[in-house]
Design a protein around this ligand. Sequence first.
Ligand code: 6GU
Length: 241
Amino acid sequence: MRVDIFTLFPDIVDAYLGVSLMGKARGEGLLDLRVHDLRSHAAGVHRMVDDAPYGGGAGMVLMPEPVFACVEAAQPQRPLLGLGPAGRTFDQRLARDLASGDGFSLLCGRYEGFDTRITDHLVDDEVSIGDYVLAGGEAAAFVVVEAVARLVPGVLGNAASPDEESFAEGLLEYPQYTRPPEFRGWAVPEILRSGDHGKVAEWRRAQALARTVARRPELIEVRGGLTESERALLERWGLGV
Ligand code: 6GU
């Protein structure tokens, strides 16, 4: 999978994506990550990349010339996604879509955003990571790359785990425990140590449902509400709603 990232802070992006899961995937040739410095094609001694917005207002806007020049020279993997708070919200579905292709590219915004000719004529889509405003797109790029990279076959050690985790089925993940069986008086639920795999699976499903109902009811709505058998399952485990 090839991923091109355009940024004004290539050192930070390279450092972050050089360690941990992504660093390992890069080392193993599973991820071809290419970081591009948006300043590399900026003109003049000052290598200007941003300017004041037409019409007035606070902050600075990324200029089209250096951004178009940098992207056109790199011939990045498409789709090229512009990162900014006005984009469509990134979620596990988009992560899965991106993981199923040959790659993608990210353009990190800074300051007050991009000149709209960049979003209209250079990028393929705009993506936000949530309803809050960051100073720039780099942290969002880390989020997107990490969420996608771990879905690429071979990147995670345990190939089965992406299917079981939060959101795979529109539910939050069930509670996890490891040793010791009792810590400061807090015990691991007996069922998990029973060796009854059928019961464990049922308990986990009930827990995932109950958690999602309590914390993210809108995810339950999206699935069309609780089914009769889901209500019965919650009832059976004393988690009825
Ligand atoms: Cl992708 N960029 C910025 N600057 N702010 C954001 C964002 C992205 N996603 C949420 N807030």
